[in-house]
Design a protein around this ligand. Structure first.
Ligand code: G4P
Length: 526
């Protein structure tokens, strides 16, 4: 099969949700459909259990599990589906943002009772920044939840996306009878055991057909008829082009745990979801069907065995064919590297691959050459864009607790930052190091890993910082003036970019007003 056909076959996507909405369950059902796993329960949730903030072994175990389930590939109806897993815990949100740079589309899972929750809002914002096409799956219809129309309004308002329902629930909770597949005009009935058998799917081109009343009961049939009429009036029909542009999102209803509505979702997904697309580099737009290989690292995972400091760098192939034992150019280091054991992931199974195509993810064993965002190419100078750092939420000074291990501490901190565990800022004036994270959990992870992997120990000191803002200015004189006046609040990030550490929201506003020519950015990509 040629490169072009291989690209057309690929569907690389991520599932995002607020914790507990059903992401892990849905992933598992998709893998069952794809034959990648045979029994339910084979995919372990990689979420860190609630309240486990100081259970380090648990964190370590979870990290181990999430390597195996980081990428799950399976074949379905002639397509090769790559699911990129994202951590459920909100303290690892940054990891999820980065993973979203490596997908071509996403499925958003929403709990019918809880509606749109905070983390879903944040994740969808990131998808919208890149115009990533979104399909919505409303889960847990076997339980009582919000009215379907109200929920669609909530999705539109809170997520700012235009929805197009593709299936419609008939009742919910105790009264849940099934879904009407609007796309194919089929009635899919839900049985108590939750198994959706073929014979339970009936095609209904005309909902006025009397037999509908006999099947679902008169009241439910009437309700369905009037609701479907309303849907047709209120919502546009599904224009795939508009979905691909990120302007509209198809919505499906179902119950992942009961395997209900999942097939409709998957069938539509493989049909309409985008194959790998062209991607921006700092130099030019790169088409996936270009013959020369290129790709970028979006995630780095440390080995859980502390005796082997090896890491796995996850590389998304963007163009050409990636081949084993071939020299590739590492852009940042300007060095040739070759990989003898690139790994592909099939559910919990890892396999050495000889070649991989655009849309595929390969794991590269790394002894410290890679940072998140690094580009590899067959030789051309290219740098993939689009792995931003967001301003952390929590900041602490980091102190060396064992002066005999200063070297180890510095090395450990730098390597953990390369992995993207947290962000490091160095204050210009005092040269003190500050670690910034999304959640408190990372501080514990860093301390634990520094000790166990690098033999170094650190302590933290609380610090009041509201936001880290990357600062730029077209006028170098103005910038110099700003730096000298705000010296004590200026730091540099890991790439040497200038950052203003704002103590309070109010303080930031005042500084912005006093320095109108300076631009303040909340992400490192501007
Ligand atoms: P997450 O990855 O998004 O965090 O969610 P996960 O799939 O782990 O699901 C969270 C909980 O919701 C699980 O229950 C799961 O069984 C349940 N769930 C998933 N889909 C459905 C559904 O369609 N209907 C209903 N009623 N429940 C659903 P748990 O009790 O937290 O865990 P477990 O003991 O069942 O594993």
């Amino acid at each position: 099969m040629g490169l072009e056909e291989e690209i057309k076959k690929r569907r690389t996507f991520g599932i995002v949700s607020h914790p507990d909405a059903g992401k892990t369950t849905l992933t598992e059902k998709l893998l069952l459909f794809g034959g990648a796993i045979q029994v339910a329960g084979a995919v372990k949730s990689n979420k860190i259990k609630k309240g486990a903030t100081s259970d380090f072994m648990d964190i370590e175990r979870q990290r181990g599990i999430s390597v195996a389930t980081s990428v799950m590939a399976f074949d379905y109806r002639g397509k090769k589906v790559n699911i990129l897993d994202t951590p459920g815990h909100k303290d690892f949100a940054e990891d999820t943002y980065r993973t979203l740079t490596a997908v071509d589309s996403v499925i958003v899972v929403i709990d019918v009772a809880k509606g749109v929750e905070e983390q879903t809002e944040n994740l969808v914002k990131v998808c919208k920044m890149r115009k990533t096409p979104i399909i919505v799956f409303i889960n847990k219809l076997d339980r009582e939840g919000k009215d379907a129309f109200d929920l669609l309004d909530e999705v539109e308002q809170k997520l700012g996306i235009n929805v197009v329902p593709q299936s419609w629930p008939i009742g919910m909770g105790q009264r849940f009878q099934g879904v009407y597949n609007l796309y194919e005009q089929k009635l899919c009935l839900f049985s108590a055991h939750g198994k959706q058998a073929e014979e339970e799917t009936m095609t209904f081109t005309d909902l006025d057909d009397n037999s509908l009343d006999q099947i679902v009961g008169e009241a439910a049939a009437e309700e369905l008829r009037s609701e479907v009429e309303m849907i047709t009036e209120v919502y546009p029909s599904l224009e795939v082009e508009e979905y691909l542009k990120g302007n509209i999102s198809p919505v499906f209803f179902g119950s992942a745990i009961n395997n209900f509505g999942v097939k409709e979702l998957l069938d539509c997904f493989v049909e309409i979801a985008p194959a790998p697309l062209a991607r921006e580099t700092e130099e030019r737009l790169v088409e996936p069907n270009e013959p020369s290989f290129s790709g970028f690292v979006f995630k780095i995972h440390a080995n859980i065995d502390p005796k082997h400091r090896d890491r796995i760098a996850f590389l998304r192939i963007c163009s050409g064919i990636f081949e084993r034992n071939t020299n590739y150019k590492h852009q940042r280091l300007d060095r040739k590297l070759k990989f003898s054991n690139p790994t592909s992931f099939m559910a919990a199974r890892k396999e050495v691959v000889d070649e991989a195509y655009p849309g595929d993810i390969v794991g590269l064993y790394d002894s410290g050459n890679f940072k998140i965002g690094d580009t590899l190419t067959a030789g051309e100078t290219l740098n993939y864009k689009g792995i931003p750092s967001f301003s952390p939420e929590q900041f602490r000074f980091v102190n060396n607790a064992n002066p005999l291990k200063t070297k180890q501490l510095n090395k450990g901190i730098l390597q953990l930052m390369d992995e993207g565990v947290a962000q490091l800022f160095v204050m210009e004036q005092s040269q003190r190091k500050i670690i910034g994270t999304v959640g408190a959990l990372q501080f514990d992870v860093i301390q634990y890993r520094l000790e166990h992997e690098y033999g170094a120990s650190c302590t933290y000191e609380p610090l009041r910082i509201y936001k880290a803002c990357w600062v730029t200015c077209d006028d170098p004189k103005e910038m110099k003036e700003f730096i000298s006046r705000r010296k004590k609040d200026i730091a540099k990030d890991k790439d040497g970019k200038l950052v203003y550490m704002a103590e309070t929201q109010w303080g930031l506003k005042t500084v912005q007003e006093n320095h109108p020519k300076i631009s303040f950015h909340f992400t490192s990509e501007y």
